[in-house]
Write a protein that binds this ligand. Structure first.
Ligand code: SF4
Length: 294
């Protein structure tokens, strides 16, 4: 049984001398009956999809199927390559990668839902950009994806990763928590530090609504992936510096779920509130879909 109490889990990992990624891999080996090699190979295949989706829309402009959005990953990457970004190399690369994955999703090409399609850019962006800036190999990235999966399992089991159930805090918040923990462990942090990073990332977006314009996973979703990547990197950076979350990760997850349940339905993926019903949001919906209901 996967331990969902993070204090208990951290204690067990300390006693066993295991990293969080090893625990997740062991658990999955036990649950699925598949070998560690098979599971690592499958994760490596997901990594390859992540790498493709994180680069394609940076190399050439990609438009969404609806025609509503597109081209921003390419635009931002040009700006970054010209050395104009206000952010450092790893962070600006992560922004471009997050935008790229999300634009690839909106163009209906292949992505890895991690944990969802709407939040698919955050985990690849932070892992790939950090691995590139630190010269880490694919094995480290595969391990880090198992760390991310452990955090995703805890959020999905204790609460939800669905925007319809918990708002965007449950999607982009969970993705940022997964990415923050994975980067922390990949860069040498302990499981305890990884959970502090995850807790900080999720706390930063508590209450975040799900209000996509025209019911499409584009506005504000694509840019929320970029900001989610920044949130994950910031949280990992804080944790690696020794900063701790006062509230433990599992308690933050429970709070997120309670907040999600208390949110009105209008801001839980119904597109009946928030940005979706601004004058511009309504106009865009009419232009895109002739005003029909989702
Ligand atoms: S706003 Fe809604 S649809 Fe868009 S990424 Fe967030 S949870 Fe997903």
């Amino acid at each position: 049984m996967f331990l969902l109490d993070t204090e208990e889990l951290t204690k067990e990992l300390k006693t066993e001398g295991l990293a969080l990624w090893e625990y997740a891999l062991n658990q999955e080996t036990e649950r699925s009956g598949r070998s560690r090699e098979e599971l690592r190979e499958q994760m490596a295949q997901s990594l390859a999809v992540m790498e493709r989706s994180a680069s394609t829309a940076r190399k050439e402009p990609v438009q969404s199927v609806s025609g509503l959005t597109g081209g921003n990953a390419y635009r931002y990457d040009q700006y970054r390559r010209e050395g104009k970004s206000l952010l450092g190399d790893a962070a600006s690369l992560a922004v471009g990668m997050a935008l790229s994955c999300s634009e690839i999703n909106a163009s209906m090409q292949c992505i890895v839902a991690c944990p969802t399609a709407g939040s698919c850019g955050i985990v690849p962006a932070v892992l790939l950009s950090c691995a590139e800036s630190r010269g880490l190999d694919r094995q480290c990235l595969v391990n880090a994806l198992f760390t991310a999966s452990a955090v995703g399992i805890i959020v999905g089991s204790r609460a939800t990763v669905s925007g319809a159930e918990g708002g965007c805090q449950a999607e982009c918040g969970a993705a940022a928590a997964m990415g923050a923990a994975a980067v922390t462990e990949m860069l040498g942090g302990t499981p305890e530090m990884a959970f502090h990073a995850a807790a900080m990332a999720l706390k930063n977006v508590l209450g975040l609504t799900c209000d996509p314009v025209a019911g499409l996973v584009e506005i504000p979703c694509i840019k929320r992936n970029a900001s989610g990547a920044m949130n994950a990197l910031l949280s990992a950076d804080l944790a690696l510096a020794g900063v701790k979350s006062y509230i433990p990760f599992d308690e933050v997850v429970d709070a997120m779920y309670a907040i999600g349940k208390a949110m009105p339905q209008s801001v839980r993926e119904t597109s009946k509130g928030g940005l979706a019903v601004t004058p511009t949001g309504i106009r865009m919906k009419k232009e895109t879909r002739g005003g029909e209901e989702k």
